[in-house]
Ligand binder design. Structure first.
Ligand SMILES: *[C@@H]1O[C@H](CO)[C@@H](O)[C@H](O)[C@H]1NC(C)=O
Ligand SMILES: *[C@@H]1O[C@H](CO)[C@@H](O)[C@H](O)[C@H]1NC(C)=O
Ligand SMILES: *[C@@H]1O[C@H](CO)[C@@H](O)[C@H](O)[C@H]1NC(C)=O
Ligand SMILES: *[C@@H]1O[C@H](CO)[C@@H](O)[C@H](O)[C@H]1NC(C)=O
Length: 672
């Protein structure tokens, strides 16, 4: 019966010294690179969407971001903004990741349409930074009707912006202007004669109620009041025959003809607009007062003469057209000398070169394009170039279709020129047949150096970050490459922004069942550098001076990724309550940065049990050796005790201190 007591004594005295943790550095150092590329993740061994889960946030998952290539220049203090969604993702939503692919913030907004988010950005409105993204009904596939949400730095929804005049906001664009207005796209079912594109059979119920299109509009609305400032309807200005998209069995009220497919709107300092329409292979510059078209680049109404062997015009099914200032790339690009009467501008866009598995137009891969356009300044009405007569129906499939298209649409008026400045191409020449984005990355200070360029590949779960000269720096997969072109994991756009998030809900904590590991995370908190584990004997929740004094610091560790592991040191002793405090860069406590209190329960404070449990947490050969030695010596002590007992019994002789068995225990103490 002495055996268990002796064992406990032995554990309590021997093990702590042999097992004192000597590996703190292993979990306090910061990463210097993301984990190496994992070919098995990428070939689908672990599903299309291998995720990481967290003890402190059971409802959150983040992708096992898989970098084929990584460069320290991607660690620029900015975060990636993605909206993972698709067949493979049960809890889609907006997500922020750091330059190593570690989760910073994610949230699934449950709505009856599945909660897929689109177009997640940081934008400035009235001097404040907001997170903006779209949520709504996207079951129509390819566009949607819903609202744009604006969240403040504590992740509270503070504005919900819809379209004016009874419309609902499409998912493609929400751009806040310096004037406090927002640009939005809209899709509306509108009657138009489409009998040039197909015949309808009155006897066929599928053809019931023919001659409808998806009309594309964009609006400028006042964010504060919701009032309409400007509205533009595609079919008022663009010929339906400009489309390259097949009508298929569509064109009815039930299945309207999606002929234009607007997907981006930009506004310049002149008050004019630049829009991208995927199904006309064109971007169009629009007078901000009259709505008249100033010029069109690409497609059947193209005005521009291609000076780059077709590479200025051969984009197809593109997304995300933007003006960028002429001095964006001070080293790589020099604008031509100014010419009176002419304007030169830079435009970026994501050239998909494909549409929903249709590859007959464009190159064999998607890319980001930086184009230089020159055109007459004074002109603000219809373009000087004649419309191309290259108006084929959509069932074309000749292999040279793309070359024929370029030859047919090439401009004839030398006043309008387009030149390819740079093409940004993924090293694996990935082709994404829907969605996608191209962003010129913001840079600190800005002075002198060329900015990086980020491509989001939309339908396919990757983004690629480039140096300005087109060399890829970081190439990240957030789903298996075997999912490409399947739609299992997609993000409409991918951006990078600076962001400071300061949630007002407390950090989340969890303790392992063996009472050895404490986990802490704080969804969306960007300013935490360190965590401090505190302990207390009393359950006081820490409010008020006396409560604060009850808490003692136990250990401070560096924040590590989304969720930080803190190993409970042995000397925490009998403190039953624990909590974790968030510290910022200067060592100051962050607002709201006190976790809930962990109650370890009565038993867990029993020291030897805790120590025994801790012995299994990190097994090294040395430790195994020490434990074995320690156990052996413990066994030896027991054996020796038992041997002596036996020899005492056999001897029955006097003088032994253990004669209490004979009822003479009073001799035990004080025996000389
Ligand atoms: C996936 O990659 C892993 C690691 O390279 C390899 O062992 C495995 O055979 C691959 N599986 C398939 C289906 O290609
Ligand atoms: C964000 O908005 C919520 C709700 O209006 C407000 O309670 C909170 O204080 C705001 N956060 C910040 C940082 O302004
Ligand atoms: C509002 O919508 C109606 C119907 O779609 C349209 O006739 C009207 O012109 C719109 N109003 C404005 C100001 O655009
Ligand atoms: C477009 O037309 C111009 C002027 O004729 C010519 O120099 C250029 O090579 C043409 N580009 C293509 C891609 O055909």
């Amino acid at each position: 019966m002495n055996t268990p007591l002796l064992l406990l004594w032995h554990l309590a005295t021997c093990l702590p010294t042999t097992l004192a943790h000597d590996s703190d550095t292993a979990y306090t150092s910061s990463p210097t690179a993301p984990p190496p590329y994992n070919a098995a993740y990428d070939n689908g061994t672990f599903s299309y969407y291998p995720v990481r889960s967290y003890a402190t946030a059971e409802d959150l998952h983040s992708p096992q971001t898989n970098f084929l290539q990584w460069d320290a220049r991607c660690d620029d203090g900015l975060y990636y903004f993605v909206t993972p969604r698709g067949w493979g993702i049960p809890d889609p939503g907006p997500m922020i990741l750091d330059s190593y692919g570690e989760l910073v913030w994610a949230k699934h907004f449950d709505n009856k349409f599945g909660g897929q988010a689109y177009d997640f950005m940081v934008q400035t409105y009235q001097g404040q930074e907001y997170l903006t993204f779209w949520l709504g009904d996207d079951r129509v596939r390819g566009h949607g009707s819903g609202f744009y949400y604006m969240l403040n730095s504590s992740y509270d929804i503070v504005h919900r912006v819809g379209a004016a005049n009874g419309s609902s906001a499409d998912l493609h664009e929400f751009l806040i202007t310096p004037q406090g207005t927002a640009l939005l796209t809209m899709y509306q079912i509108t009657p138009r004669d489409v009998t040039d594109f197909r015949q309808f059979d009155p006897a066929n119920p599928e053809d019931h109620n023919p001659n409808f299109i998806w009309e594309c509009l964009f609006q400028e609305v006042d964010v504060a009041t919701g009032e309409l400032v400007f509205e533009w309807r595609a079919s008022d200005h663009v010929d339906l025959h400009d489309t390259y998209h097949g009508i298929g069995p569509g064109g009815t009220e039930h299945d309207p003809f999606d002929w234009f497919h607007i997907n981006s709107v930009d506004k310049d300092e002149l008050g004019n607009f630049l829009i991208s329409a995927r199904y006309t292979h064109s971007i169009t510059y629009i007078d901000g007062k009259t709505g008249d078209i100033i010029w069109t680049l690409g497609g059947r109404s193209n005005a521009f003469m291609d000076l780059s062997d077709g590479f200025g015009l051969n984009f197809a099914w593109q997304h995300d057209a933007r003006f960028v200032p002429l001095d964006t790339f001070p080293n790589m690009y020099r604008a031509p000398p100014e010419r009176a009467g002419y304007t030169t501008r830079l435009v970026t866009l994501f050239d998909n070169a494909a549409e929903d598995q249709h590859y007959e137009y464009g190159l064999t891969y998607s890319r980001g394009l930086l184009l230089e356009l020159t055109y007459p300044t004074t002109l603000n009405t219809a373009p000087a170039a004649a419309r191309s007569e290259h108006r084929k129906r959509q069932d074309d499939s000749e292999p040279d279709l793309n070359a024929a298209k370029i030859a047919a649409i090439n401009g004839t008026n030398p006043d309008y020129t387009v030149r390819l400045v740079k093409s940004y191409e993924n090293p694996n020449l990935v082709r994404s047949s829907s969605q996608g984005s191209m962003q010129i990355l913001p840079q600190d200070g800005g002075g002198g150096s060329d900015p990086k360029v980020l491509l989001g590949y939309g339908l396919n779960a990757l983004w690629t970050e480039f140096a300005a000269d087109g060399s890829p720096l970081c190439d990240a997969h957030y789903g298996a490459a075997t999912s490409w072109e399947r739609g299992d994991i997609q993000s409409y756009r991918v951006y990078k922004f600076a962001w400071r998030g300061a949630p007002q809900s407390p950090p989340s904590v969890d303790i392992s069942d063996d009472d050895v590991e404490v986990y802490v995370s704080w969804n969306g908190a960007t300013e935490v550098t360190d965590w401090v584990l505190q302990c207390s004997e009393s359950a006081d929740d820490g409010e008020g001076r006396e409560g604060e004094q009850a808490w003692a610091d136990v250990v401070r560790v560096k924040k590590q990724g989304f969720e930080t592991l803190i190993l409970l040191p042995e000397d925490i002793g009998e403190s039953r309550y624990l909590r974790v405090i968030a510290l910022g860069a200067t060592g100051r406590r962050l607002d709201a940065g006190v976790s809930e209190t962990i109650d370890r329960g009565l038993m867990s404070t029993f020291y030897p049990l805790r120590v025994a449990a801790s012995s299994v947490r990190q097994i090294t050969p040395f430790r195994v050796f020490m434990v074995v030695v320690s156990m052996l010596s413990g066994g030896l002590i027991l054996y020796e005790g038992y041997r002596r007992y036996l020899s005492w019994r056999s001897g029955r002789g006097g003088g032994s201190p253990l004669r209490w068995r004979q009822g003479k225990a009073y001799r035990l103490l004080g025996e000389a």
